[in-house]
Write a protein that binds this ligand. Structure first.
Ligand code: NAD
Length: 526
């Protein structure tokens, strides 16, 4: 018999939050004794007091991580042992799925069924995938003359600072933690001040799974305090950062001002979704873009927020999109049936409403939504919103809104579509919709984006690298195998080859790789 669905409202009322940091294998109060109050965006309820980590807290956590790395209590374990521990960690995450899902929903506002079915599930899957990789990655022998033997070995880097955003708090952390821990590094994680809860609880689960104390530390706090201190720290070897392009720039500055630590930046996006008039199933394209755009309240780095449609099919496409949008109207995130939840906080809601105002002011035509919703709940909700007659030079087409706002732009030719799609500071993802296989491949190659989907969007797989071109970043999360371990595609801790920048003739070009030496990309097709 199936277990009855939990009463999420009752579970939320019973929840007691421990907001202390996690350092050296235990909960610790912040050294200054300072905290900040965390409220839920779903209704404004107070969730608890969270440690406000500052420089001294980061120093303590980095010292703990460094000690764990130096005495090799984790890096020195046999790969098979590390694998077992990480597998147990993944199992513990799954066993705690209801609690973690509830924390995620209360913290950042997404519908509970997605916290459960997407966020917790993907987090466990990510840790389990890297656990499996631990004892399957081999080192290399260089093809030197027989008189010499050169071994190219992959090694842990040391202490990895991880700074993540609030939109998929657990998944973003897992994408960094998985490879970093698998390779034997120690980690100090600084979650977003807007979503600290699901960073703290997994650290306890990791200890229960057998991860040695000090290997995984979590210091909550503000970006300009704890985040900056971590990125400037002289004893941190690399930063795995996911967040805005604005802060990604700072991360590079911090590295330059401190110890030149490596910075792997996963940044913002304004992904183009390009629909040609030779794609017959306009209905499917329109329903897919609505689903991908409004998923997670539009707070996804790869949301297809710039939709380029051939003028011959634009009216039909818009008819379907406008009919689809209201199906994503926000509802109670704890109900188990809402398709959209609350935006992460009032600031974010105001930012999104500000962009809607800008769209109206610039002359774009509002065809769905455009208003705040569910104000009576005390939470921060915005209707799924669609603008058409957008020009690519408008603010709503150029800037990342990070909310449920779609901009539809018409085009007349393939060349115009490619030029507009590429005319963006960002290059995270893109999508081409065409029944002409030659055009689909041609356009996919021409689009400057880390991932280009063909006739689908956002089919997600841990085996496919995720990362951007241009100001969408220089790092690659997920798949970390020898075939993706070129210097600029390595996630933190995945590898530190002795020969860091091998001459071209030593590099093997994996099948499907689009570049020689530039950014690694991927093309996904339905
Ligand atoms: P943000 O850049 O404001 O914050 C991200 C993290 O950086 C937070 O932990 C924050 O506390 C910290 N931070 C802020 N200022 C800092 C500073 N001065 N020094 C050090 N750390 C600092 O981003 P956000 O609003 O949390 O997240 C939204 C952004 O993340 C969007 O731009 C989105 O596209 C991007 N994102 C990218 C990906 C990807 O894989 N490319 C995935 C998810 C989100």
């Amino acid at each position: 018999m199936n277990k009855p669905a939990p009463d999420w409202h009752a579970a939320a009322s019973a929840l007691r939050i421990d907001g202390r940091a996690f350092v050296g294998g235990q909960r610790v109060a912040p050294l200054t004794g300072e905290t900040f109050t965390k409220t839920s965006p779903i209704d404004g309820r107070v969730l608890g007091e969270i440690a406000r980590g500052r420089g001294e807290d980061i120093d303590r956590a980095v010292a703990s991580a460094r000690a764990a790395f130096t005495d090799a209590r984790w890096a020195g374990k046999a790969p098979a042992v590390r694998k077992k521990v990480l597998q147990r960690f993944a199992e513990k995450i799954l066993a705690a799925k209801d609690e973690l899902a509830l924390l995620e929903t209360l913290d950042m506002g997404k519908p509970i069924q997605y916290s459960l079915g997407v966020d917790v599930a993907a987090t466990a899957r990510t840790i389990a995938w890297y656990a499996e990789a631990v004892d399957k990655i081999y080192d290399e022998i260089a093809p030197t003359p027989a008189s010499a033997l050169a071994l190219i070995t992959r090694e842990a880097m040391g202490v990895i600072g991880v700074v993540v955003p609030w939109n998929y708090p657990m998944i973003m952390a897992a994408w960094k933690l998985g490879p970093a821990l698998a390779a034997g590094n120690s980690v100090v994680l600084k979650p977003s001040e807007k979503s600290p809860l699901t960073a703290l609880r997994p650290a306890e689960l990791a200890i229960e799974a057998g991860l040695p104390e000090g290997v995984f530390n979590v210091v909550p706090g503000y970006g300009h305090e704890a985040g900056e201190a971590l990125a400037l720290h002289m004893d941190v070897d690399a930063i795995g950062f996911t967040g805005s392009t604005r802060v990604g720039r700072k991360m590079l500055e911090y590295a330059g001002r401190s110890n030149l630590k490596r910075v792997y930046n996963e940044l913002g996006g304004k992904s183009a979704f390009v629909v040609f008039d030779d794609f017959e199933n306009v209905d499917r394209a329109a329903k897919t873009v609505a689903g991908s755009m409004f998923f997670n309240q539009g707070e996804s780095c790869n949301a297809p927020s710039r939709v380029l449609v051939h003028e011959r099919v634009a009216d039909l496409f818009l008819e379907v999109v406008a009919a689809e949008a209201p199906k994503y109207a926000p509802g109670d995130p704890l109900s188990g049936s809402a398709e959209m939840g609350a935006l992460v906080d009032e600031t974010q809601m105001k930012t999104v409403l500000g962009y809607i105002e800008a769209g109206n002011a610039e002359g774009a035509k509002l065809v769905a939504g455009g208003q705040r919703a569910l104000t009576e709940t005390g939470g921060f909700y915005v209707q799924p919103t669609v603008f058409e007659r957008v020009r690519n030079d408008m603010k709503i087409a150029r800037e990342e809104i990070f909310g449920p706002v779609m901009s539809v732009i018409r085009f007349a030719s393939e060349a115009e579509a490619i030029a507009m799609a590429n005319d963006s500071a960002y290059g995270l993802q893109a999508s081409v919709w065409s029944d002409n296989v030659n055009r689909a491949h041609r356009v996919a190659r021409a689009l400057r984006a880390g991932t280009v989907h063909v006739n689908q969007y956002d089919e997600d797989d841990i085996t496919v690298p995720f990362g951007g071109y241009k100001q969408s970043g220089n790092g690659r999360d997920r798949a970390c195998t020898p075939s993706t371990s070129t210097p600029n595609s390595r996630p933190p801790g995945c590898a530190s080859t002795r020969n860091d920048n091998p001459p071209k003739r030593l590099r093997r070009l994996p099948r499907g790789r689009r570049q020689w030496t530039g950014e690694a990309g991927s093309t996904a097709a339905a």
